[in-house]
Design a protein around this ligand. Structure first.
Ligand code: FMN
Length: 614
């Protein structure tokens, strides 16, 4: 038995896998410049266990290094290194194989998703890799699968189906599914066989391999074409150190695998969970935030229903109807799955999509894949997103541009969320001088930029100020839909903080008032949002003069079920919009804008503000 080195075959997957596994252990490691090789004949992996004094040394490391390695060396006649696999993110080596298989799928197969039958390590690897690689995953499990394993599968974003009494029955069940079946496929096995070899400048690389060649020369066989194929491999090399984290204990918290990431990724996870499971909306007592607008009915519309055309050109893309999926999420595996479902539906229905705040991708680039949706939505209007206040915390225009380019965005929206930041224990509250910073960024980013609120709306004074900037759009996002103050109230630790958030749950400018302020005092296109819940609401906002609309909460809730559920919502939205356009005799959006309408005086911004800001 000997060690056989072979030139790399699956650079893309192994590079991705390396990024996935990277714990935030900032201690430089001798293995930090590893090159990954793949071979079916390689029997023992080659990462040196850390010295016992190093942080996070796995229990039993000494035993393996001192007792097991010598036996293997004696039998193989070769220098043997052991690598502990169970501290990996999914608890086993199987992630490599699964990731390799996913990366070998063509875009069409990826859109259809994948199925697997397993309640163990394979299922976990399939789901985790699917989430990272942009593939929707369904995992069939046998009856009696452990609740812990099921919870772990779901926490990675899998849709779990229980079938039969063992995995073979479950596997039979998936053969009929119209998806890519994952089993003992060649690419899966080859990916799983990939192991790590020290790179040219690492300590271990200077040792010889059994065939007399140094390992650095083996690593040098890396084919340039491989890295050219992988967008990920073009990124700067990252420290890869597989040691230093608890293994299986982390399975139920995949987003928390990296302790250094915890504050931001766990906050995102909290937000998503609260938005999905709690009552976080604050609609006005008399219905939706836009219900107060009445449109004139036409008994003689003088057009056929089929003739109504709600499409428009916006920010360089064609939308089938004027809706963008509101900025929501990213940064955790579950959020990645949701983003891809939203984007799949957006592509199917021809609407736009705004990503959630990408700040986490700036600080932890390994999370950027959770925002990647272009592979499932090549044609949609895609808008990158960042909290404007980050410009006061050292983020600059080139970094924002990088975030947008990284996801293939057509535009950038900066969100203003002063209330939310003020209520968060970890909030970024340095809003002083932000207008100047925003102006500088907007002028230099080189993409169309917009500014939005997140549910507290704009005052007349805000809009007047923002009208001085070369913005491409404002998103009005007033009070009446999702209340971030209510969400932060659920996260608040102490009684006083909870009371403060509860008192501010209804804070802000109502959505209609904010929209009218943007339309009257702004100098740019306006996206109406904040409690906009249907095509009927959209018709009302568009009749007032909005260019487009955005809806967030109902769509993330649908996406938590499936992309089909999002498509259902979007189709219902379009049908309602087209119906109202028909009933108002509006053949297209320009005609809708001139439909007579009535808005109650109390929502007019000048009256609502009692002249204070006018
Ligand atoms: C789960 C969730 C996450 C959100 N995250 C962001 C975000 O990262 N950036 C942002 O600009 N807005 C974010 N928002 C705010 C929405 O984009 C939107 O402005 C607000 O929810 C009002 O719209 P709605 O009533 O249709 O939900 C989020 C909303 C939800 C529900």
């Amino acid at each position: 038995m000997g060690l056989h080195w072979k030139r790399p075959e699956h650079t893309e997957s192994t590079t991705r896998a390396r990024a996935l596994w990277r714990p935030k252990n900032r201690v430089p490691s001798p293995t930090s410049r590893m090159t990954v090789l793949s071979t079916r004949r390689l029997l023992v992996s080659a990462a040196t266990p850390p010295p016992p004094t190093q942080r996070g040394t796995p229990a039993g490391g000494d035993h393996f290094r001192e007792r097991i390695a010598p036996i293997l060396e004696e039998r193989s006649g070769a220098r043997v290194y052991l690598k502990l696999e169970n501290p990996q993110r999914t608890g086993s080596f199987k992630l490599r194989g699964a990731l390799n298989r996913w990366l070998s799928l063509d875009p069409d197969q990826r859109t259809r998703g994948v199925v697997a039958a397993s309640s163990g390590n394979h299922g976990m690897a399939v789901t985790c890799a699917a989430g990272e690689a942009g593939v929707d995953a369904v995992v069939f499990v046998p009856r009696g699968a452990s609740p812990i394993e099921l919870a772990a599968l779901r926490s990675f974003g899998a849709r779990v189906r229980v079938k039969g009494n063992d995995c073979l029955v479950a596997e039979d069940a998936i053969r009929s599914a119209l998806r890519v079946v994952v089993g003992q496929h060649r690419t899966l096995i080859e990916g799983a066989a990939a192991v790590a070899v020290p790179g040219p400048d690492s300590r271990a690389s200077r040792r010889s391999t059994p065939n007399g060649r140094s390992r650095s020369s083996c690593a040098g066989e890396h084919r340039p074409g491989d890295s050219a194929r992988s967008p990920v491999s073009r990124r700067p090399r990252r420290l890869w150190n597989a040691h230093g984290r608890a293994g299986c204990a982390n399975r139920l918290q995949p987003a928390d695998w990296n302790p250094m990431d915890r504050p931001i990724s766990s906050r995102k996870q909290d937000h998503l969970r609260l938005a999905l499971e709690h009552d976080v909306e604050r609609p006005p007592a008399d219905g939706s935030a836009f219900a107060a607008v009445e449109l004139a009915h036409r008994a003689l519309p003088e057009l056929d229903l089929d003739e109504v055309d709600p499409s428009l050109e916006f920010l360089g893309r064609r939308l089938a109807f004027p809706l963008l999926i509101g900025s929501m999420t990213g940064g955790t595996p579950q959020a990645g799955v949701i983003n891809r479902r939203l984007a799949t539906a957006a592509q199917h229905c021809g609407v736009g999509m705004c990503l959630g705040s990408q700040r986490i991708a700036l600080e932890h680039p390994e999370h950027s894949a959770t925002f990647a949706v272009r592979h499932v939505a090549p044609d949609i209007l895609l808008v990158a997103n960042l909290g404007a206040v980050q410009l006061n915390y050292g983020v600059d225009a080139p970094q924002v541009r990088h975030l947008a380019d990284d996801v293939g965005a057509d535009a950038v929206v900066f969100h203003l969320n002063a209330a939310q930041e003020a209520l968060q224990p970890e909030g970024d509250t340095r809003f002083g001088g932000l207008f100047e910073a925003l102006g500088e960024a907007v002028e230099t980013i080189g993409l169309p930029c917009g500014v939005k609120e997140v549910g507290c709306g704009f005052s007349i004074a805000d809009v007047r100020r923002l009208a001085e900037l070369p913005l491409a759009f404002l998103e009005s996002a007033g009070r009446g839909g999702t209340s971030w103050n209510a969400i932060e109230g659920q996260r608040a630790q102490g009684e006083h903080d909870r009371d403060l958030a509860a008192g501010l749950a209804d804070w802000g400018t109502p959505s209609l008032t904010s929209l009218l302020a943007c339309l009257r005092y702004g100098a740019t296109d306006v996206i109406a949002s904040g409690g906009l819940r249907s095509g009927l609401d959209a018709a009302r906002a568009l009749a007032l003069g909005a260019t487009a609309t955005a809806m967030a909460l109902p769509l993330v809730r649908a996406a938590a079920r499936s992309s089909e559920a999002v498509i259902d919502e979007l189709e219902a939205f379009k049908k309602a919009l087209v119906t109202v356009m028909f009933l108002t005799g509006a053949r297209d959006l320009a005609a809708l804008r001139s439909v007579p309408h009535r808005v109650p005086p109390q929502v007019q911004p000048e009256i609502w503000e009692d002249g204070a800001g006018a």
